[in-house]
Design a binder for this molecule. Sequence first.
Ligand SMILES: Cc1cc2nc3c(=O)[nH]c(=O)nc-3n(C[C@H](O)[C@H](O)[C@H](O)COP(=O)(O)OP(=O)(O)OC[C@H]3O[C@@H](n4cnc5c(N)ncnc54)[C@H](O)[C@@H]3O)c2cc1C
Length: 408
Amino acid sequence: MNKNINIIGSGASGLISAIILSKKGFKVTIFEKNSKVGRKILATGNGKCNISNQNLSLDNFHSTINTFPTYAISQFNYKTFETFFSNLGLVLIQGDGTKVYPMSLQASSVTDILYNEAIANGVEFIFNSFIQDIKYQNNLYEIFFENKRYISSVLIIATGSCAMKKLGSSNSGYDIAKQFKHKIIEPFASLVQLVSEDKDIHRLSGVKVNSTVKLFIDNKQMQTKSGDVLFTNYGVSGNAILDISRNCSYSLLKNKKVKLSVDIIPDIDKNKFIKILENRKKLLPNKEINFLLESMINKKLIPFIFNRVKIPTIKQYIEQLTKKDLINIVYHLKNIQINIKDTKGFENAEVVAGGIDVMDIDNKTMQSKLQKDLYFCGEVMDVDGECGGYNLHWAWASGYIMANSIKL
Ligand SMILES: Cc1cc2nc3c(=O)[nH]c(=O)nc-3n(C[C@H](O)[C@H](O)[C@H](O)COP(=O)(O)OP(=O)(O)OC[C@H]3O[C@@H](n4cnc5c(N)ncnc54)[C@H](O)[C@@H]3O)c2cc1C
């Protein structure tokens, strides 16, 4: 039997599977479009690599068949993840809730350890090789690159998604899968910034507020998330926005109306805040109305809120504000409405939702149900995770169970 295995892509899922398969005795060759491994890993967690999460559940993953990731996540649970990486010499720490990072807070610690382990086990890397055409004959796969034929009995597609092409991503994984009759679930950007054409929002560029964000689709409330909202010259970004971006992106694709309501004082109850403003009115009656919110919210937000409340210009001093005005001000502080027109697209997305339809993939082995000895791992499949280390965990988990299922 031919013991060669060719893997296309040296990202997270390709590297973990190469290590496991080479340890088992396979002769593994990885083809990588870039000049080095794991460029996307290096960009993760702002360069710190949020490598996994201690709190893993099926709810953190999305797929058209939502039970598809169950087996991989239960087999490669947090304990297995921790043991695997600790045995490679990677020291992990917990940070920011249940998120997990390398102790160095350097993503390069992760790529260096994986690359060196792969090299130590005899994995061959062919860098600067963009693979598009695969031949399959006599039960063997053939990759032809720079006048050389690379034959293998097993082919693994670990090309990732088309998010952030500048890091090496491409649609080629989908194209190769289509060659073997696999269907593609239409990809859409996830964990991505949102674009608004509301001009007053653009003027808040640079303001970052801890907020609670409600998402409305066709005027129906769909999701609520808390965290940072960063106002930008195109719309909004920040953790809370990335968290709801998947739903926004999907709804925009289906031509639905997408609107956000941002509460920038989430920790203070509406009635309590009205009382606070009433007290300030008593204390500061002769100050100009903008002073009402001075030192309570970011300075850029004060004229923005008064603009939205539409206080008549005749009212110049705090004493002129009625109780109704105060209620209205609090309403707008707790409900900054933002119309969303678009996302910042694949070029800026951390992850792509959609991909190779998992209906035709065995979820215990990641093997194609349509093509003998063809396997997939990582983001190229129609599985994506939430923010918090879940996407890398999916790459590790799918690569791990796949590689362990392939027998010599
Ligand atoms: C900015 C950013 C930040 C992120 N932060 C986090 C985070 O903190 N935590 C988290 O869990 N996830 C994060 N993610 C998502 C995570 O990086 C991916 O989900 C994960 O890397 C996917 O692993 P993969 O192996 O499927 O693909 P990738 O890691 O993308 O690897 C695919 C590899 O295949 C190569 N390739 C593609 N096509 C070909 C071809 N035809 N021939 C040869 N080579 C090819 C690519 O160059 C690439 O090296 C982030 C993503 C981005 C973009």
